[in-house]
Write a protein that binds this ligand. Structure first.
Ligand SMILES: Cc1cc2nc3c(=O)[nH]c(=O)nc-3n(C[C@H](O)[C@H](O)[C@H](O)COP(=O)(O)OP(=O)(O)OC[C@H]3O[C@@H](n4cnc5c(N)ncnc54)[C@H](O)[C@@H]3O)c2cc1C
Length: 520
């Protein structure tokens, strides 16, 4: 994955691509993997970094969605549970089981959630992750030593999947690339081109690094821009009705001491009807999420004070140690690309199903869905796209396609486990010079060698790409990430052949961005 090579390949091509995807999140990259593995020529253009949008800001669960079961959306839950099992098989280095405890304080909660979670187990069928069961107050405390003891009656334990969203995404990018797809980050689609009959025949994109515009041709254009879906639809038809109701979701990152065990807490129903999780993740505790309707999608959404207060307050209801603003290591915010529905009351009630729409000019839009179901969404989208493009039909090949980095026992690579089968090559790169083994900051797990790896093999172009997505430094500890930024900038400048001005500008822009991750 080298951007210069990709770029030359894209600009040198005069024949139309079989398919062109706009958007490098889970939805778009999933489509690139699917189409390339069926042997179609596919180009993906992402306006910023791969995963810059919602796909690096999720709760990091590969799950059926207990909440959607409560809403009665059985088909979505069954599909997601099946996809959960397939993804664990195809990316065992990134998806692992996690035990969730639903703590019970009222007499009715144990039978109510106990039965509901048995149904969840049943719906998973052969893709099950482990049987749920009711546990006593003592067992609940063993699993979650920090849970509020007063009034605790017991709990229900069940299993779901956990993953690192940005790392899965970059591994999917590499899978697609290995299968022959061309994927370009920092390439913003600014216009759509039509033939004499008004059908789309390609796009214009701006190379963000040079500011130059380029035209590319394609037999079909796929809009997979998540929260930005309607902006691309309006490039096609300025009068297009909005499809998306965007909704904010924030997560607080707290120290591990708030949740020192290996199990997560799941509160299925808070006062305002949301599900809240507290999850052990890469040595910290994630608390989330909120569901707040917003008017407009932006690439770097800002957490609202009321959302932070709500999560602190709710966490304080269930934890012995009540968290305060001073305990927050980082806050990150994502935007759900929820598909509009006339009768839904609030965004929490909007379906997480996906929708496909084809405009009169042939623009294929895929919106909604979940990270967990990206593979199924990709399969359906490519089936539609090949018909629109008049391509020969070939069967989907992703059900048993190993994702880049596939490794059955990645734990043996220690803190490089998330890299899976790439880990030995990174270890070799670190062996060349002992300085490369050094941590970038005492409070962050990332090492110097990982910066070099990310630039050479994972298309990292900016300090933010490395600290926010190739590693999760910004999410794990925003202050430490700011302190590490100058070192990362110096290492990247050397790899990318950039000078002092670039380094300075990168550090400054990362410092500005980080303010959004540190509540005042
Ligand atoms: C708070 C929160 C928690 C969630 N938790 C979970 C979870 O635990 N499990 C789960 O399964 N799902 C979860 N989801 C849902 C999941 O994250 C999303 O469904 C998924 O990431 C959406 O991916 P996407 O590719 O459609 O959108 P995005 O990831 O936003 O990707 C769209 C991309 O399009 C690009 N783009 C936009 N305009 C242009 C243009 N003009 N040219 C080129 N590129 C462009 C953007 O830069 C962006 O990168 C969560 C969502 C939120 C908000």
């Amino acid at each position: 994955m080298n951007r210069e090579e990709m770029f030359s390949r894209v600009t040198a091509r005069t024949d139309p691509w079989d398919m062109l995807v706009v958007g490098g999140g889970a939805t778009g990259v999933g489509i690139a993997v699917d189409a390339a593995s069926r042997g179609y020529d596919i180009l993906l253009l992402e306006q910023s970094d791969f995963g810059k949008g919602t796909s690096s800001r999720s709760t990091k669960l590969i799950h059926g969605g207990v909440r959607y079961l409560q809403q009665g959306n059985i088909s979505l839950v069954m599909e997601a549970l099946r996809e959960r099992g397939i993804l664990r098989n195809n990316a065992p280095h990134l998806v692992h089981d996690l035990a969730f405890v639903v703590p019970n304080y009222d007499w009715w909660e144990a039978p109510f959630y106990g039965i509901g979670l048995k149904v969840y187990d049943m719906l998973a069928g052969r893709y099950g992750f482990g049987a749920s069961k009711m546990i006593s107050d003592k067992e609940t405390l063993q699993k979650i030593p920090t849970i509020k003891k007063k009034g605790l009656r017991g709990g229900v334990i069940y299993y779901d999947g956990q993953f690192d969203d940005a790392r899965l995404l970059i591994n999917l990018v590499r899978t697609a690339s290995r299968q022959g797809a061309a994927l370009l980050n920092y390439a913003r689609v600014t216009g759509l081109n039509r033939d004499g009959d008004g059908y789309l025949e390609g796009v214009v994109f701006e190379d963000i690094e040079t500011g130059r515009e380029h035209g590319v041709r394609a037999k079909v254009v796929i809009n997979a821009t998540g929260p930005f879906t309607d902006m691309i639809r309006r490039l096609d038809d300025p009068a297009a009705a909005p499809m998306i109701t965007p909704s904010h979701g924030i997560h607080l990152v707290l120290d591990k001491s708030f949740l020192p065990g290996a199990s997560a807490i799941m509160v299925p129903h808070t006062e305002d009807g949301r599900a809240i999780f507290a999850i052990p993740y890469l040595g910290v505790t994630l608390v989330g999420t909120t569901d707040t309707p917003i008017l407009e999608s932006t690439l770097e959404p800002r957490p609202m004070d009321a959302e932070i207060d709500f999560l602190l307050e709710t966490a304080g209801t269930y934890l012995e140690k009540v968290p305060s603003r001073d305990d927050i290591l980082s806050v990150f915010t994502g935007i759900r690309p929820l598909v509009k529905s006339g009768d839904a009351k609030g965004t929490a009630a909007l379906s997480r199903d996906h929708t496909i729409h084809i405009s009169p000019s042939g623009l294929l839009t895929i919106a909604g869905g979940k990270w967990t179901t990206y593979r199924q969404m990709a399969k359906i989208t490519v089936n539609h796209a090949l018909t629109l493009a008049g391509l020969e039909s070939r069967p989907c090949a992703t059900k048993q396609l190993n994702i880049h980095g596939y490794h059955k026992t990645p734990e043996k690579f220690g803190d490089l486990a998330l890299y899976g089968s790439d880990a030995p090559a990174i270890q070799d790169l670190m062996r060349i010079d002992h300085m490369r083994r050094e941590r970038l900051h005492p409070d962050l797990p990332a090492r110097v060698g990982e910066v070099i790896w990310a630039v050479r093999f994972e298309a990292a172009r900016t300090v933010e790409d490395f600290l926010a997505r190739r590693t999760r430094s910004l999410l794990l500890n925003a202050r430490a990430a700011i302190e590490a930024a100058p070192k990362v900038a110096a290492l990247m400048a050397k790899e990318l052949g950039q000078g002092g001005e670039w380094e300075k500008a990168q550090v400054e822009s990362f410092r500005e961005l980080s303010k959004l991750y540190l509540p005042g």
